[in-house]
Design a protein around this ligand. Structure first.
Ligand code: ACO
Length: 335
């Protein structure tokens, strides 16, 4: 039996910065409203013709992570790609990454767990490494939200929150059982599936049906979010699953060197910070710059933290997410 560790991290966000002021020119919103409710000041959006897509951003982040892991792309045994905005309905973006990286053949799997996608992917990678089956797994979280949002005033409550970007991690075998990924804790509660969802087009309601209905009121092909219900569940589940991970490892909130919550909303992160009595230095927030990049948010934040020297050997790092499904989870790491 082996342990697993994060051996390399990378991120990529499109160059195109979209500020709250930019959004207020195309919909009825304001910088004040967005900052007060979400903490977001700006986000990145793919610009038509800039060559980016969910897969391409993932590849750019992955190349950096692979280099930093000190391995060759030929050493990748498995690709796990988490996203809610894949390039195609099928196949998944994982096989597109395998092709783009020119890895002759390797298994590739997409993880469809939205904001919790990266946590689910890391947990999956961890198990494949601990079982001894694989040595190096490339985990990517990437989202192209801007390609599918409603930029009219009708969609403002959702659209102002989300941004595009990708993060990647190489998860590798670690011989020291006291270091690396200590445990993962995963949950879902499908009764809330529609409360944060995009339900059409789908096999229940395919494109011709939507077109035939010719109903301008039909917003089923845009994301729907019951914001207040999401908020209430998020603060409870974030807290529960962080505590579950700490208890499992005999740790206390004061042992946390850095908590990296999924960047859902600054208010949610602040609530969790207060709940555990953590200082500003113990919690990483970068939603102000990137908005909510869903599956991309934790690996982007993790990469920035590592690049800024905020993660040191021996640190206890806690990753936690909550999102559509509802799904939620945490990962406890001894770096
Ligand atoms: N700009 C200006 N006004 C707006 C906007 C906007 N972008 N969006 C909504 N409003 C208006 C509404 O129309 C409403 O107006 P009314 O009172 O005249 O009807 C008013 O603001 C209040 O709307 P609410 O939806 O009740 O606003 P709320 O205080 O709930 O804030 C928000 C909305 C920020 C989405 C909040 O519910 C929230 O943070 N929810 C958590 C959801 C979340 O963070 N999701 C992230 C993605 S999911 C995830 O990653 C976990």
């Amino acid at each position: 039996m082996f342990n697993s560790k994060i051996s390399g991290l990378g991120m990529y966000v499109p160059e195109n910065v979209v500020t709250n002021h930019d959004l207020s020119k195309i919909m009825d919103t304001s910088n004040e409203w967005i900052v007060e409710r979400t903490g977001i000041k700006e986000r990145r959006h793919i610009k038509k013709g800039d060559g980016n897509s969910t897969m391409m951003m993932g590849v750019k982040a992955a190349k950096i992570a692979i280099e930093r892991a000190g391995i060759s792309k030929k050493d990748i045994d498995l690709i796990l790609f988490s996203t809610l905005s894949p390039d195609y309905y099928f196949p998944g973006s994982g096989v597109l990454v395998q092709d783009k990286l020119e890895i002759p053949t390797c298994p590739a799997m997409d993880i469809r767990n939205q904001c919790s996608g990266f946590i689910y992917a890391v947990a999956t990678a961890d198990q494949f490494i601990k079982s001894g089956m694989y040595k190096n797994i490339l985990v990517i979280g990437s989202e192209n939200h801007s390609g599918g949002l409603d930029f009219s005033t009708r969609g403002r409550a959702v659209t102002v929150i989300f941004g595009d970007g990708a993060g990647a991690a190489v998860i590798s075998r670690e011989e020291n059982k006291k270091k690396g990924i200590l445990s993962s804790h995963l949950h879902s509660e499908g009764k809330f599936a529609k409360e944060l969802s995009l339900i059409g087009p789908s096999t229940n309601r395919w494109v011709p049906e939507i077109i035939d209905a010719n109903n301008p009121e039909d917003t089923s092909y845009y994301p729907f979010m019951n914001g207040q219900l999401v908020f209430k569940n998020a603060v409870v589940r974030f807290s529960e699953v962080i505590l579950e991970g700490l208890n499992h490892n005999g740790l206390d909130p004061k042992d946390i060197d850095l908590l990296i919550p999924h960047q859902a909303n600054l208010r949610i992160s602040q609530f969790v910070q207060k709940r555990f009595g953590l200082s500003d230095n113990q919690v990483l927030n970068n939603i102000q710059k990137y908005g909510n990049t869903t599956a991309g948010s934790i690996p982007i934040a993790l990469t920035e933290a590592w690049e800024q020297g905020k993660i040191k050997s021996g640190n206890v790092i806690v990753l936690a997410a909550f999102g559509s499904g509802f799904t939620w989870g945490s990962t406890i790491i001894k770096w």
